[in-house]
Design a protein around this ligand. Sequence first.
Ligand code: SF4
Ligand code: SF4
Length: 295
Amino acid sequence: MNGWHILYRGSLSSCNYGCDYCPFAKTSNSVDELQQDQRALDRFVAWVGETRRDIGVLITPWGEALVHRYYRRALVTLSRMAHVRRIAIQTNLAAPIDDLLDADRDALALWTTFHPSQTSLDRFTARCHEMDAAAIRYSVGVVGIREHFDAIAELRARLRPDVYLWVNASKHDPAYYQPGEVERLRAVDPYFHWNLPRYPSRGGSCRAGETAFTVAGDGGVRRCHFVGEIIGNIYEPGFDDALKPRPCPAETCGCHIGYVHRPELKLDGLFGAGLLERIPENWPKLYPRFAPARC
Ligand code: SF4
Ligand code: SF4
């Protein structure tokens, strides 16, 4: 495929939640910092508008972005660009979605995560039902720690059957899961096993840095979130000369947003057009038990 998959992450670092397992710095942002983040986002949106090629964007903030109206407006603007095949964002879904009703639903998608210690199933699923009514495409995920198992089962029962519910594996302890627990989670997410390992990746091929890349608020380009080397800047002419195949320099790769770009895993075939928002292309056709009942 000739298009680009772009992960955008500005300087926003604040979140309305405080999950114990959060890997990001839990900070608050001043008004000045938010304005700076907004200017950077506006500049990125303008750049996408001028870059007339097939583009998919996933916004992956350090904190929660959808609580800020300027992010909701950016999603709407990007969704309406004819050359933007997908605009997606990672979110805890706490914010109202009213502003998103102006978006082009063919391009918009949300990567939502349920955090059981921060909100209730009722509140989270009520927002999911609002998105169903608004015909907004979304996936739902949960961190697969033991304390969440019951909530995961209850969430699966409450979601529309054809909404894909993914589970992120706990990877701090390679022996974390006890006998039967992986099977229990695979009964909810049949693709859970893809997220279980940290894949050895050093020297392996990867489309990150070629057709997929990460953009920071200042325009700096890295091949992915997990490799620090800056390979260019989107605001400099000819930056795309730096986009080319190169071997992975990291020991392992363990996040969906990274390993889906490794050709040997063939996950681009599994996720297809839903790669950025984490919805398998044929979901739920391959798993009829998740398909809506016929009248
Ligand atoms: S909602 Fe996400 S960003 Fe916010 S504290 Fe939880 S894991 Fe971190
Ligand atoms: S394999 Fe993972 S860590 Fe390595 S370049 Fe690709 S996405 Fe980045």
